[in-house]
Write a protein that binds this ligand. Structure first.
Ligand code: SF4
Length: 159
């Protein structure tokens, strides 16, 4: 089973009320191989909502209580992000997911690189909160930018 960020499938769950449709990935979506999810929706955050970035650290730091997550208005949503990540992990366990394909650079879903907390488009190294938690539990996380069509086909054939 592969977890996939719902916004990559064209579902309007992102903070702006829009989506991040990835056409080639969406072509492979089926309910037998994939489970679509959105950690921020699982945390009951509204759509639309102000943009959010991790402040002074990464998803790992947030999980360790060393960094917080704030929206652009300054509201602290760390608790919601932790809740969304935990719920995502529960879904992953329930579904027996070994892989996840998550939206690049998101404070929840990013893998390897995330926005830097300045709300100016700058980036820093690190993972989003949900991505980090999934990785800590042995799930191989890709983004739509790091997985190739060839790799996805291989995963689907070997599942
Ligand atoms: S939390 Fe993840 S799935 Fe939800 S909108 Fe953001 S990037 Fe997409």
């Amino acid at each position: 089973m592969i977890l996939i960020s719902a916004c990559l499938l064209g579902r309007n769950v992102k903070y702006s009320g829009g989506n991040n449709l990835c056409q080639w990935l969406a072509k492979y979506y089926n309910t037998e191989d994939f489970t679509a999810f959105c950690p921020e929706c699982l945390a009951m955050l509204p759509i639309p909502r102000p943009p959010v970035e991790i402040q002074n650290g990464s998803g790992e730091d947030v999980l360790n209580g060393k960094a917080c997550v704030k929206d652009k208005t300054g509201l602290d949503v760390t608790r919601e992000f932790l809740s969304g990540a935990q719920k995502a992990l529960q879904i992953a366990k329930k579904k027996g997911a070994n892989y996840a394909i998550l939206k690049a650079r998101s404070p929840s879903c990013g893998c390897g690189e995330i926005y830097d907390g300045s709300f100016s488009g700058g980036k820093k190294c690190g993972n989003g909160v949900a991505a980090e938690l999934l990785m800590q539990h042995g799930i191989k996380v890709y983004t739509e930018e790091t997985i190739t069509e060839e790799e996805l086909i291989k995963i689907l054939q070997n599942k």
